[in-house]
Design a protein around this ligand. Structure first.
Ligand code: C2E
Ligand code: MG
Ligand code: MG
Ligand code: MG
Length: 284
């Protein structure tokens, strides 16, 4: 009987693996078509200065609405794109769309605010990254200081490579922020080695901050460190007033999270610009 179970277990396992692989290959093909059919869109999550509820920036976040499967998680999408070599094309589309949207909003009377764009690891290590970004800025007419690139700690592991790229980007006037800060394995010495402008406190530290003293202490430490290193600091994943109050008490005023706004399609962000009262009084 045991043997039989084992055998079934094995069959089940291999069939499952196989299914996962087939699913992945399908998604890869679908993603290729999605690019051609313009099924990818960008959402924008507003970031706020919590002292006066002023919008101070937006983070561009990719969305793929699959015709049959519905919304595909961005993390999965990026993973597939990296494995199949589509990441550079998609990444450039994200950069171009985000930059031109910022220029467009400003033309329409909206505020001129920076846009944060996530870079994947492969994108960051691509030999033409800097040239490509320069070209996109030229084509869209966005000033470099209104572009903020989000990288993660693990991307800086190859210090020599990163120093070169980050210094070039910095010399162009582009800002760099460290996304998901605190979850990676970077050495603290990187923070003074590289031109990093902002730390983004990962939302895993925020989730339990009202109950967990350790998380609270870690967040306070990150904020103090950013201040001492003359970096900006933003908290991600703020969902409640209690969480916001702790960040405020610790002098972190740049806030991104559902408490103020979820990621929105472009036309809904416009409403936030032009009817600021809508977000001046969060509902929870
Ligand atoms: P991320 O860069 O850390 O982006 C923030 C994520 O947190 C977004 O998830 C956002 O929707 C979510 N979020 C924001 N506020 C809250 C909150 O208050 N509560 C909760 N529970 N979540 C909140 P999303 O859009 O699903 O994206 C997931 C990840 O996928 C991103 O994490 C980013 O690493 C990656 N990603 C998204 N768009 C792109 C892109 O254009 N390029 C690259 N390379 N990666 C992207
Ligand atoms: Mg991000
Ligand atoms: Mg990210
Ligand atoms: Mg993050």
């Amino acid at each position: 009987e045991v043997k039989k179970q084992g055998k079934n277990g094995y069959h089940f396992f291999s069939r499952q693996l196989n299914d996962e692989m087939i699913e992945k290959i399908r998604l890869e093909g679908d993603l290729r078509k999605a690019i051609e059919r313009n099924e990818l869109t960008l959402y924008y999550q507003p970031q706020f200065w919590s002292q006066d509820n002023r919008i101070i920036g937006v983070e561009a976040l990719i969305r793929w609405h699959h015709p049959d499967k519905g919304v595909i998680s961005p993390s999965l999408l990026i993973h597939i794109a990296e494995e199949s070599g589509m990441i550079y094309e998609i990444g450039n589309w994200v950069l171009r769309t985000a930059c031109s949207q910022m220029v467009q909003w400003h033309k329409e009377g909206g505020p001129l605010i920076p846009v944060s764009v996530n870079l994947s690891s492969q994108q960051f290590h691509h030999a033409n990254l800097v040239e490509n970004i320069q070209q996109i800025l030229r084509e869209t007419g966005l000033e470099p200081r209104y572009l903020e690139l989000e990288i993660t700690e693990s991307m800086m592991m190859d210090a020599d490579l990163s120093t070169g790229v980050l210094n070039e980007l910095n010399n162009l006037g582009i800002r760099i922020s460290l996304d998901d800060f605190g979850t990676g394995y970077s050495s603290l010495s990187y923070l003074k080695l590289f031109p990093i402008h902002k730390l983004k406190i990962d939302r895993s530290f925020i989730a339990d901050i009202t109950h967990n003293e350790n998380d609270k202490a870690l967040v306070a430490t990150i904020i103090a460190m950013a201040q001492n290193l003359k970096m900006d600091v933003i908290a991600e994943g703020i969902e409640t007033k209690d969480q916001l109050d702790i960040l405020t008490a610790n002098e972190c005023h740049e806030i991104q999270g559902y408490y103020f706004s979820k990621p929105l399609p472009a036309n809904e962000v416009e409403k936030v610009f032009f009817e600021p009262a809508r977000i001046a009084a969060p509902s929870t």
